[in-house]
Design a protein around this ligand. Structure first.
Ligand SMILES: Nc1ncnc2c1ncn2[C@@H]1O[C@H](COP(=O)(O)OP(=O)(O)O)[C@@H](O)[C@H]1O
Ligand SMILES: [Mg+2]
Length: 580
């Protein structure tokens, strides 16, 4: 994170430098008006004689106003430009990081959390950079330039005495800000909890309605929301304390200046004009000192956000080397699994136990097994979505860990179980990140997946937008859209993970026939709980609790009269009943 942020900041060094220069100039010119007004006051003692000099001073004042305006415009523009640019670059980097993080790390991040990284944390950092660049710099310049003007232009002693309350206040602020900080931390925690809750509740809205849980959800929301309000209230109370402290501070400054300054005027140490100018200089401090607590609390917020982002940025990435991946490769698709055992990081029991398996190019493997038996996990490992122990999976005799990730995933077409569709058009969903695909090819693949007729009936055909903002598809339709991706793919290995479950028997058989044609020269894995999907496979395995408990062909497994035979009997009995 440190590296990323400093790289981004370096990119904008010139804009930052210019902003600092313009702010410096602005503050420098701001010390002129009090001085000029002071001069005018002194000249007013003899208006007749000083008429011309007074007019000169007025022109001088107007000139300074024009210069201030000219300096302010570029500075104001830069104020927004730099932090926004840094924010944009940081968002790009964060999204890239999410795309690259290993699945093992990614699964610990909740959806709501992810949103708050993008919406809240990055914006906290932007706001701090904004405050630091525009207000922080102004604070530093004001303290240096205005104090210098007061000391050299008016009186050193008066300056020191008058600015005493400011120094005391700064120490007070540092104390109070600790309270602000702790209450803010609480408020941020409740904010994340609330946004996660909203995310989950909207995801689960159907289930909630079906189980009439709306009131329970609402009650919980109200409770969380109240907690957030209380935490925010505490932040406000502490902030108010800060601003009161500041008001008292400046009251004291003006009071001291009035008492001690008028004494100096009466003594003749300073002129009335100096005294007027001095009060004008005090005014220059009001803004910057008021901003100080804001900068400090922004710093604290940004620090927390920085730490959260730093945790994300330090998560391990998948190793993808685009340069070496693009080379021609000799991927054929002969898969051999040797004594593979696997467990997800936080699980206690093994998910896969001593799996041994060999699938040759051109062959089809059928996998059947109860839910949770490890079928999808085995496929996740074939795609190296999770770390594979060395030497346990070989493709064309090569350890899977030695095959570049992009090459591996390019050659394996994995039709996943979750039927996830992006909320874009059907066309984009079928093409899925591929370039240079003709509409004709998409049409062909949808025909093969038996979804063509359904799409034709839609008003916008293949351009129909689906998902949250568009048409909702049935489970079976979604499955067929997802299946049609396989027919566009030129990969050497095709995996169907339980992707026929929502199809009716007739459609299923037609899709299967097309799949058979597609995978004639490819390695194919079909995961299904229907015997009819896998009976023609060259090899079938039965998974149970992460173990291969039976393997063979349809005929040999039936002869064994084991678990496969039981599945078969159950399913034929069911279809008999359906026929009767
Ligand atoms: N990402 C994951 N993290 C932890 N455990 C998981 C994860 N995915 C699956 N599991 C667990 O691994 C087991 C096998 O799951 P899975 O391979 O999805 O089974 P199947 O596809 O056969 O239904 C289950 O007990 C499941 O709870
Ligand atoms: Mg599964």
């Amino acid at each position: 994170m440190k590296k990323i942020l400093s790289k981004i900041i370096k990119k904008y060094w010139f804009a930052i430098l210019m902003q600092i220069i313009f702010i410096g100039l602005n503050i420098y010119f701001l010390t002129y008006p009090p001085k000029i007004i002071g001069n005018i006051v002194d000249l007013l003692y003899n208006v007749e004689e000083n008429r011309n000099a007074i007019m000169m001073q007025i022109w001088y004042l107007l000139g300074i106003c024009v210069v201030l305006l000219a300096v302010r415009m570029p500075w104001r523009w830069l104020t927004g430009y730099t932090p926004r640019s840094i924010e944009r670059d940081l968002k790009d980097k964060l999204f890239e990081q999410f795309m690259r993080i290993k699945m093992t790390s990614l699964q610990n991040i909740k959806n709501g959390e992810l949103m708050s990284y993008f919406v809240k944390d990055i914006s906290e950092i932007r706001q701090f950079i904004y405050r630091l660049l525009s207000y922080g710099t102004r604070f530093v310049f004001t303290v240096i330039i205005a104090t210098y003007a007061m000391m050299s232009g008016v009186n050193v002693k008066l300056t020191l005495v008058t600015l005493c309350p400011i120094i005391v206040t700064i120490f007070l602020i540092i104390k109070i800000k600790e309270y602000v900080e702790s209450s803010f931390r609480k408020s941020q925690k409740y904010f994340t909890e609330l946004s996660e809750y909203v995310q989950e509740s909207t995801d689960a809205i159907r289930t909630t309605k079906a189980y009439t849980g709306e009131m329970n959800q609402l009650k919980e929301f109200i409770r969380k929301n109240r907690k957030l309000r209380e935490a925010n209230n505490a932040v406000d109370v502490h902030s108010t304390l800060l601003s009161t402290c500041l008001n008292i501070c400046f009251g004291l400054c003006y009071g001291i200046s009035l008492l001690y300054g008028s004494k100096l005027v009466l003594e003749g140490t300073i002129t009335t004009g100096d005294f007027v100018a001095f009060n004008g200089y005090i005014g220059l401090f009001v803004g910057p000192v008021t901003w100080l607590p804001g900068i400090i609390s922004r710093y604290k917020r940004a620090k927390l956000s920085y730490q959260r982002l730093d945790n994300v940025f330090s998560l391990e990435r998948e190793k993808i080397n685009v340069k070496t991946e693009d080379k021609e490769d000799d991927f054929k698709g002969n898969i051999e699994i040797k004594d593979l055992s696997f467990n997800y990081p936080e699980n206690i029991e093994m998910v896969l136990n001593h799996i041994n398996l060999k699938i040759n190019k051109g062959e089809t493997l059928g996998i059947i097994g109860t839910i949770g038996s490890g079928k999808t996990t085995l496929m996740n490992l074939l795609l190296r979505l999770y770390p594979v122990p060395n030497g346990k999976i070989q493709i064309d005799g090569k350890d899977i860990n030695d095959i570049p990730l992009l090459t591996l995933r390019k050659h394996i077409c994995y039709i996943t179980q979750d039927n996830f569709l992006f909320s874009t058009s059907l066309k984009e969903n079928i093409k899925l990140f591929k370039e240079g695909i003709e509409d004709e090819q998409i049409k062909e693949s949808t025909k093969n997946a038996m979804i063509y007729d359904d799409i034709e009936k839609m008003q916008n055909g293949i351009e129909t937008i689906i998902g949250e903002r568009g048409v909702d598809l049935s489970g079976g339709q979604k499955q067929r859209v997802v299946i049609s991706r396989a027919f566009l793919n030129k990969s050497k290995v095709v995996i169907f993970d339980d992707t026929f479950s929502a199809l009716d028997n007739r459609t299923e058989q037609m899709v299967l026939n097309n799949v058979k044609k597609l995978v004639k020269d490819k390695t194919c894995i079909i995961i299904s709980n229907r015997i009819s999907d896998i009976r023609d496979a060259d090899q079938i395995i039965v998974l149970d609790g992460g173990n291969i408990i039976e393997s063979g062909t349809h005929e040999s497994l039936l002869k064994e009269q084991g678990r496969y035979y039981n599945f078969y009997k159950e399913q034929t009995a069911k279809s008999q009943m359906a026929l009767n």
